[in-house]
Design a protein around this ligand. Structure first.
Ligand code: NAD
Length: 270
């Protein structure tokens, strides 16, 4: 059975952990060559080892980059194109939720700026260099490869709903990701470049669990989750696989929610 991403090449940021790692494994399982990009090179390399052990038929490489630095992001995209010949899927997934991010009164400007640099500018740089690379993609009718490509930007459910447990910089950054994604989707639609956001609900990954470090903090959230549980990173990776594959060939500009029903919920079931 050919994989859903056979012959495609993907670059995933934040690939050393959580959603990025699960997506790297899933994309490789579906036949893609994958460049795993992370500020933590050792974590990305662990991902590469897992892929080489499980899916030796595809290529996987690790690269250290800070997505908040334009030169790093450009170097990562250049490497993907050099090694794999083209870039079909760009998953701008890296993001931070700083422990000192708070409300309008208590959030320090440096926390705001750091969050915006990684979560917003990082996505912008990723989109910019992916668009430039995807414009060069040749059509290969034998392999079923098209020109253009798919860009996926990780936002969050907090871009859509308010929380009385504030992380103001993070929330504002994710709202910016949604707005930026929609506009890019419109600007590049006729070039065959699709741009979508993915909005995860609260997940059992280090990013959130380090933040919700007491049973009380976790319970404060769990009561609002219709399914009564946090999501798993692999459940978001499956959404990213859909957006990255040709199965979503008529999907662009969407805020694709993988949130267990959270953003549709008024009262949770008992
Ligand atoms: P995670 O902490 O498990 O993984 C994030 C990865 O990003 C880490 O490997 C980290 O080293 C890397 N990273 C951090 N800063 C970076 C930088 N400047 N450059 C390159 N890499 C960097 O997190 P996760 O839960 O998998 O989150 C991934 C994305 O999903 C983030 O954008 C996050 O905001 C978003 N998200 C997470 C949740 C959740 O509940 N976990 C919910 C909604 C949205």
């Amino acid at each position: 059975m050919p994989g859903r991403l056979q012959y495609k090449s993907a670059l995933i940021t934040g690939a050393g952990s959580g959603i990025g790692l699960e997506s790297s494994l899933l994309f490789a399982q579906e036949g893609a060559n994958v460049l795993l990009v992370d500020i933590n090179l050792a974590a990305a390399e662990r991902g590469v080892t897992l892929i080489r052990d499980r899916f030796p038929e595809v290529r996987a490489l690790a690269f250290r980059a800070d997505v908040g630095l334009e030169a790093d992001v450009k170097a990562a995209v250049d490497l993907a194109v050099k090694e794999f010949g083209r870039l079909d899927i760009m998953f701008n997934n890296a993001g931070i939720m700083h422990p000192n991010d708070d409300n309008a009164l208590n959030t320090e400007e440096r926390i705001w700026d750091l969050t915006m640099t990684i979560n917003v500018k990082g996505v912008w740089w990723g989109c910019k260099y992916a668009i430039l690379a995807m414009r060069q993609n040749p059509v290969d009718e034998i392999k079923g490869l098209r020109s253009g490509g798919s860009i996926i930007n990780t936002a969050s459910f907090v871009a859509i709903m308010g929380a009385a447990t504030p992380q103001l910089a993070y929330t504002a950054s994710k709202g910016a990701v949604l707005a930026m994604t929609r506009e890019l989707a419109m600007v590049h639609a006729r070039e065959g470049i699709r741009v979508n956001s993915i909005c995860p609900g609260p997940l059992k990954t280090p990013l959130l669990m380090d933040f919700l470090n007491t049973p009380e903090k976790r319970e404060r959230r769990l009561v609002h989750l219709p399914m009564g549980r946090f999501g798993e990173a692999v459940e978001v990776a499956k959404g990213a696989l859909f957006l990255g594959s040709d199965d979503s060939s008529y999907v662009t500009g969407t805020d694709f929610k993988v949130d267990g029903g959270l953003t549709s919920c008024y009262v949770t079931p008992v």
